[in-house]
Design a protein around this ligand. Structure first.
Ligand SMILES: [Fe+2]
Length: 150
């Protein structure tokens, strides 16, 4: 988890909302594909709930100019990051990660069970850049835009 104090409010946002027991019933707990629902949107922040079957992956992407945070509600997720070397961060239920603008990762459910996670972005997501991991670098594949790709 980042120690950048500017990221702490988003961690608090996801942690505060993750206490809502109704979140666990908002999405199919055993989906065939990764599914998501936006559960809150204000001018400053948006919250997304994501359900992950075993083996699901976001593939490599960033979040444009948005900062973000996410926490696992059920199951386990593994965040892959690259800063010259590939790093894997395993997250069990209750654990969280936070990041600043331009941060790239690939989040995967390597676990044996479906997972559920809660994600906050501030400001609201407007673009996401997609990448291909080349082993020694991330190669840009394209840019997705809110209202078009999601
Ligand atoms: Fe992401």
């Amino acid at each position: 988890m980042s120690t950048d104090t500017a990221l702490l409010p988003l961690l608090e946002v996801v942690r505060a909302h993750s206490a809502d027991p109704e979140l666990l019933d908002r999405l199919d707990p055993a989906p065939e594909d990764r599914t998501w629902a936006r559960i809150l949107a204000t001018p400053e922040v948006e919250l997304w709930l994501i359900a992950w079957p075993r083996g699901a992956a976001t593939d490599w992407h960033d979040h444009g100019t948005s900062a973000g945070a996410f926490t696992v509600l059920r199951g386990t997720l593994t965040e892959h990051t690259f800063d010259g070397g590939l790093q894997l961060h395993d997250l069990a239920a209750g654990q969280a990660r936070a990041f600043g603008p331009g941060y790239a990762h690939d989040v995967r459910n390597h676990g044996n069970e479906p997972a559920l996670s809660l994600h906050a972005y501030s400001p609201r997501l407007t673009t996401m850049t997609r990448f291909r991991f080349r082993g020694d670098r991330l190669e840009v594949l394209g840019v997705e835009r809110a209202g078009e790709e999601w």
